[in-house]
Ligand binder design. Structure first.
Ligand SMILES: [Zn+2]
Length: 314
């Protein structure tokens, strides 16, 4: 593999009821996904169709990706996770039920470490059984991440996380993120700060630095909402700094409207569908198919990277 910085293409697999207005956050409509399924009588699956579409797009372009999967999808969408794995993609973990593990306002842990560990263990087992792969990577639901969470992940044998987004607009972590850039790094124990020496890597998200103002450029909602050229510029600039990631959700390219009944949410999802899909396609094509990889191609044996070695010396 060439030593040019890579773009890890990542896809967060969750359905509409995993989103914070519905479940998984302190002010969600339903206390949990379990409660949602007890009380919801209508159709719930708005995920299978856009996931198939995602797989076809990846085949069409000719790239592999890492799918960060909410583990309860294994129970509610039989065969979906195994199909993604069979089509050559890398499976990683996006939580058991997509619940925020730190409080979005206070950033305090939302779980005791033991309970958090149990949930992750269950999630990983479900994903391993469904995919036949060893699950090595994690992305925090809604990107709410704290240093203590990485320690729990490491203890369980995960070797990387990809949740940290440094930018000037928001910080969803329990840390200042000083020293964090857009390239892979080894975090210190109990923290998100770079400079650690352990077999655990953080793959942070890209940003576009304009005169010291850092605009987020990781993807996700931005594929629906942000000007595409800003995202393009952010990804390009981040790749000049070294290897980075990009992500989207099958829901971003979903053609149907799912049951969100408030107007702010409807506005938030307005660019869903073709716009978001074109944005994803254009970014992959601009970067170049040969530089787009799954996260598993960046990390071997828990030790950071086989490519873009300069990132480790930052
Ligand atoms: Zn998510």
């Amino acid at each position: 593999m060439s030593n040019r910085p890579k773009l890890a293409l990542t896809i967060d697999l969750e359905d509409w009821y995993h989103l914070p207005p519905i479940t998984g956050a302190p002010d969600s409509t339903f206390e949990s996904v379990e409660q949602f399924f007890e009380e919801w009588n209508g159709r719930y699956d708005y995920l299978t169709a856009p996931t198939e579409r995602t797989l076809n797009i990846l085949d069409d372009i000719g790239v592999r990706a890492t799918f960060f999967v909410v583990a309860d999808i294994v129970d509610h969408y039989p065969g979906l996770v195994s199909e993604i794995a069979k089509r050559g993609h890398d499976i990683a973990c996006h939580g058991l039920h997509h619940a925020c593990a730190i409080d979005p306002d206070t950033k305090r842990p939302g779980f005791e470490p033991d309970e958090y560990q149990d949930r992750l263990r269950t999630a990983r087992k479900k994903l391993e059984q469904a995919s036949g792969q060893e699950i090595a990577g994690f992305r925090a639901p809604n990107a709410y991440v704290g240093g203590w969470m990485l320690d729990v992940l490491e203890e369980l044998g995960f070797v990387y996380d990809s949740s940290v987004a440094r930018n000037s607009l928001y910080n969803k972590t329990d840390s200042s993120l000083e020293g964090v850039s857009t390239n892979p790094y080894v975090p210190c124990k109990g923290e998100l700060r770079p400079g650690g020496s352990r077999r655990f890597t953080e793959l942070p998200w890209p940003y576009y630095d304009i005169g010291g103002i850092k605009l987020p450029a990781g993807g996700g909602p931005l594929t629906r909402l942000a000007p595409e050229r800003l995202l393009q510029a952010g990804v390009r600039q981040s790749l000049q700094r070294g290897t980075t990631i990009f992500y989207f959700h099958p829901l971003d390219i979903c053609r149907e409207s799912f049951p969100v009944d408030d107007s702010i949410q409807r506005l938030f999802w307005k660019g869903r569908g073709k716009r978001a899909e074109n944005c994803v396609r254009n970014i992959i094509n601009t970067v170049g198919v040969d530089r787009v990889v799954g996260c598993d191609e960046l990390i071997t044996n828990g030790t950071p990277l086989t490519v873009g070695g300069r990132e480790l010396k930052q």
